[in-house]
Ligand binder design. Structure first.
Ligand code: HEM
Ligand SMILES: *[C@@H]1O[C@H](CO)[C@@H](O)[C@H](O)[C@H]1NC(C)=O
Ligand SMILES: *[C@@H]1O[C@H](CO)[C@@H](O)[C@H](O)[C@H]1NC(C)=O
Length: 227
């Protein structure tokens, strides 16, 4: 009997621990999108919105948003929670424009271009006096081949570990997503609640914020992928 009750205690403790998340709901005024949002100790914010049926069963698109102080040289998002062999999103400001690049690290050196994640820049992308803000639809950010070569997809019903990295050193050529850049000043991890990021408004958010608008297009100068 004793064993049963302590096992039950252990199970509920485990549930409690795994239920913790560093993200919370946030309605972004620029896009009208309700994101799950997480801001780290460096003042960099990472946000996600997912389709209502997102799960581990098949790849799905996501809307991501990154907001960072303009002083930073670049900020990164590692979708697998580690540096190597997973999609990396790296973003920086170039004057009034936001530049992004899709990368993958093959070792602990400058990540190479990664073509299996495609980005479509959305409204809610720009630079002001204090911050740069990047909002995009990403196809391929949440699925990538595991070490056996099988495509694995982040469980969209669940809580997931991501990693961030940032540098205060500017990239070599801020005008292009093909730029080189040097090592981070800091890296860290956070837990994002993907289940709570899901919404049946996903498609309408994409449509309402898509850059078919020539004003929007002229304002953006972004990396070579997807736009
Ligand atoms: C020129 C670019 C980069 C260089 C030279 C570099 C180098 C390194 C090195 C040497 C480490 C190991 C530190 C240790 O001893 O623990 C490390 C760790 C790490 N890096 Fe990078 N890095 C670069 C870019 C990035 C980017 C763009 C990201 C994410 C978007 C990133 C994410 C991480 C993370 C999460 C770790 C922690 C350990 C791990 O997950 O493997 N790095 N990096
Ligand atoms: C600049 O952008 C940041 C991030 O979106 C926002 O919090 C801040 O209010 C903006 N500042 C001004 C002056 O609009
Ligand atoms: C186009 O985008 C600009 C900048 O976001 C916005 O001010 C304008 O209202 C948009 N026009 C249309 C027709 O959506």
């Amino acid at each position: 009997m004793k064993w049963t009750s302590s096992l039950a205690g252990l199970v509920s403790l485990f549930t409690l621990v795994t239920a913790q998340s560093d993200s919370e709901p946030f309605v972004d005024a620029d896009t009208g999108i309700t994101f799950q949002s997480s801001t780290n100790s460096e003042g960099v914010t990472y946000r996600l919105a997912l389709p209502a049926d997102a799960s581990a069963d098949k790849p799905y698109d996501v809307i991501l948003q990154v907001i960072a102080p303009v002083e930073l040289g670049w900020v990164g998002w590692a979708w697998g929670g580690v540096m190597t062999y997973n999609p990396l999103t790296v973003v920086w400001a170039n004057g009034k424009d936001v530049v992004y690049t899709s990368r993958q690290a093959l070792g602990y050196y400058t990540p190479v271009q990664y073509e299996d994640a495609k980005y479509t820049v959305l409204k809610g992308t720009g630079v002001n006096e204090t911050h740069f803000k990047f909002t995009a639809l990403c196809s391929g950010c949440v699925s990538w081949p595991d070490f056996d070569g099988n495509l694995a997809t982040l469980d969209g019903t669940s809580q997931v570990n991501f990693a961030y990295a940032y540098s205060t050193t500017p990239v070599e050529d801020p005008s292009t997503g093909e730029s080189g850049f040097s090592i981070h000043d800091s890296v860290g991890h956070w837990t994002h609640d993907l289940g709570a990021a899901r919404s049946d408004k996903f498609s309408s958010w994409v449509a309402a914020n898509s850059g078919t608008n020539s004003t929007l297009r002229r304002r953006l100068r972004v990396g070579r992928y997807g736009y």
